[in-house]
Design a protein around this ligand. Sequence first.
Ligand SMILES: C[S@@+](CC[C@H](N)C(=O)[O-])C[C@H]1O[C@@H](n2cnc3c(N)ncnc32)[C@H](O)[C@@H]1O
Length: 229
Amino acid sequence: MIKSKAWDWSINKSGIWEIPSQDSYYLVQRWKEKNYVRFLDLGCGLGRHSFQFARAGFSTFAFDLSSEAIDYVKRIAIRDSLHIQADLGDMTNLPYEDSFFDCVLAYNVISHTDTTGIAKVVTEIERVLKVDGEMFVSLCSKNAWSYRDAGFPVLDENTVRKIEDGPENNIPHFFADRTLIGQLFSGFEVENLRHIQDMVVNKEEYESWHYFLLGIRNRDQKHRNPGQS
Ligand SMILES: C[S@@+](CC[C@H](N)C(=O)[O-])C[C@H]1O[C@@H](n2cnc3c(N)ncnc32)[C@H](O)[C@@H]1O
């Protein structure tokens, strides 16, 4: 049984989540030039990217497991006259048709599960993306302190449950390496893969290591399981 847990946004104190990431400006430009229309902000949180893409003219779908996040996105969308469909649910089981989206962004989201869960999420992203559609995802890296040194409870060989004060307390975190990424995303052509250490984000201390992957959906859909070679 995959353990899913939404962020508790009611105790969030960080402003990081309301300012679009640097990557998102590039993606808006890139995906506009490709004439992509239908966009999914998977694990939208407070909707910083949903608002940005909707303002840029994309037909925007925001999706999250947190009802607080979804209610917030709906409220701001109405206030700012933005056309966003905001849906509540679990990323391991998306409520969208096959080949529905041109592009999917999952920024600091898909690692919030375990090894079984992430394989399911990647399969779902692949299913809802059109052939030649693109996804941009970030993944926690095994270089991170939370995986290597923090001593958090181990859920499986790649996953710990984070214990901390804040909105992601008790949430499972899957940590990737290059090999796991190759196995998980074999249904995608890798356009860019970066491995980055953040230290300060929007003037806030933010120690982390992440992979950032821009991938293009291949024609042949495959089922992947990082437990198998
Ligand atoms: C770090 S926040 C990122 C929010 C947003 N992508 C951003 O960049 O601002 C992670 C989000 O993923 C959501 N989440 C966690 N597990 C989820 C799941 N199983 N299905 C859908 N959303 C999930 C959380 O509720 C939270 O809003």
